[in-house]
Design a protein around this ligand. Sequence first.
Ligand code: GAP
Length: 454
Amino acid sequence: MDTTLQKIIQLCKKRGFVYPNSEIYGSMQGFYDYGPLGVRMKQNIKDAWMHWMTQEHDDIVPIDGSIITHPKVWEASGHIQNFTDPLVDCKSCKKRFRADHLVEAFLSKDEKDDSESRIARISHVFKNHTIVCPECKGELTPVRTFNLMVETTLGVIEGEKRKTFLKGEACQTIYLDYENVQRSMRKKIPFGIVQIGKAFRNEITPGNFLFRQREFEQWDLQWFTHPDEMEKWFTYWKEERMKWYKSLVNHKDRLRYRQHEPDELAHYAKIAFDIEYKTPFGWKEWEGIHWRQDWDLSRHSQFSGKDFSFFDEKTKESYIPWIVETSGGVDRTFLFLLLDAYTEEENRVVLKLKPSLAPYKAAILPLVSNNPEIVTLAKSIHRILQSRFVIDIDIKDSIGKRYRRQDEIGTPLCVTIDHQSLIDKTVTIRDRDTMEQKRIAIKNLHKYIAKHSE
Ligand code: GAP
């Protein structure tokens, strides 16, 4: 595994961002728990997305749909039939692998591009070359498809339980609720529905920490448009989303678009672009911009009998709206932002996160811990500030060690209370990135932190 990723995994565990799930039982591959700092940071990321979508754009409203839906949803959506990855098993060690990943690893550097799947090439490469198990060099089975949907059962009487599925993609409830939202919110086309929700996939090879999990969160915009305006809105959202991701990162050159080849398009997409980030393990998908057209509303009409046509009062035209989707991963965002922010300097590790996304907005540090007056003042400042901001207070160890601890978790500001604070009611405020310090009045702290935590 890449060393930067390894360091981030260690930092996440040591500093309370992310823990392996069920660790005391040997962990579950592809499942993670967010710790106290991870919860704060993840919530900040989700708030930023929701704010951008619904408050910086017009005509976008949120929903929060259930994880379990009627099983017919997944027939209509095409997931039962088409939501598959190519799989091979090792005949000796019985391990399972994604055939497309083995092909990518097998191809020489020149032949290879950084895309995740080139389905058509897979069988061809397997047919013409001997690819063996990467773990034990054993013989592999022929390539077959494997459905990623996670099944569950519902019902109280044994033998009468009904099979259903956990959401394979979070957005399906948006299509189910489309007409309810459109009518109850009196929306006209074009308009958008957004949702942040859980998705579950029986990934063959979960890995790279939060990058490929079996339970994860997605954020989706489904933008409903007149078919004639599809191209305009597709381009608009593709550009808007890239701008947004650029606004979050320090390394803008690590972002790019990649258009899907026809043979790798998801069953619901006619055109797709990924926004990719250059991770230490290659260019990887961050968000997909999908030209879903009328796939979803037409299929749900067909399977449910419900007519999803929209009647335009002005033009007297009736049509099924087409859909532009922007669909990204919340956990992937969390990981990519850590990769982007992680910086090793001479004497410290610092997470150069955008202040608004950092778990704490500031840390209150009494310069000496054995002076009760200084500690009392520090505690009272902390109490006042924490009603508005998420603020840490750290009393133990040398001031240098405490600065390093805050740098490592990305706290943008450290507020030091010292003897002078008792006399003139001022404190020292230290900037995480420049390490510059200045003195400001305690009464101005509120304003200062608000201004510097955007
Ligand atoms: N509704 C469209 C859809 O689900 P997708 O490209 O399969 O499209 C969208 O997923 C985003 O969800 C991806 O760009 C990625 O950020 C995230 N994602 C997908 N699979 C994931 C996994 N196994 N673990 C973590 N995030 C994942």
